[in-house]
Design a protein around this ligand. Structure first.
Ligand code: 3PG
Length: 220
């Protein structure tokens, strides 16, 4: 964790990616649990938190974390259109993650002054994102779309692009991605398992975050 990063200012996508080796992908249905979840992850050393817009309570959860856990940096995931981006910004999200790429979404994120980490799965999508000056991208769904081998292949033509592979990434295979030169971090839901959330097992979540925060051993 880069403790020198001023998390109160505007962030870049690269800063979001560089803060820890794993960005937890979180599905929340309860505002009270959201705050406890954020604190548990923070206690394990992870503060960049992606809360997915997949539940009716997601925006309220983002708002609660932004308000009650100021040491965390909460972003919105599963953002698919301009309206989602605007609502996320209003709720206090500090970054936006999307499963795919559209120019409309990129423009909306610029309008609300939030960094966008857009999902790509093909060379053409990378080229479209780069045409809009975006070179920090989420590779999604990473395992299902070719895994580390795909990223190795892309490092030739797209050596200037840095990726956050997400989708099918686990504690067991995260290093296969993190050891690649074009990977800055990975995203994954394994840090916030639904059963631990349901049982309020915050110690388990802190332990998972701690392990994840120590994953990256790439030499500079
Ligand atoms: C998702 O779409 O939920 C994210 O990509 C996380 O995927 P995962 O559950 O495979 O980590």
């Amino acid at each position: 964790m880069d403790l020198n990063l001023n998390v109160s200012g505007e962030l870049t996508a690269l800063q979001v990616m560089q803060d820890s080796p794993v960005i937890p992908v979180i599905v929340l249905t309860d505002v009270a649990q959201a705050v406890l979840m954020a604190r548990a992850l923070l206690a394990g050393g992870i503060r960049m938190l992606e809360v997915t817009l997949r539940t009716p309570q997601a925006l309220a959860c983002i708002e609660a974390i932004a308000r009650d856990v100021p040491e965390a940096v909460v972003g919105a995931g599963t953002v698919r259109n301009a309206q989602d981006a605007q609502a996320s910004a209003m709720a206090g999200a500090r970054f936006i993650v999307s499963p795919g790429y559209t120019q409309a979404l990129a423009q909306a994120c610029r309008d609300v002054r939030l960094p966008l980490l857009p999902g790509v799965a093909t060379a053409s999508e990378i080229m479209m994102a780069q045409a809009d000056s975006l070179s920090e991208l989420k590779f999604f769904p990473a395992m299902q779309t070719g895994g580390p081998a795909m990223l190795k292949a892309w490092n030739g033509p797209f050596g200037d692009v840095r990726f956050c592979p997400t989708g099918g990434v686990t504690a067991a295979n995260a290093m296969d991605f993190l050891s690649l030169p074009n990977v800055v971090c990975v995203g994954g839901s394994w840090l916030a398992p639904a059963d631990a959330l349901a049982r309020g097992n915050w110690a388990q979540i802190t332990a998972l975050a701690f392990q994840a925060s120590r994953l990256n051993v790439k030499a500079d």
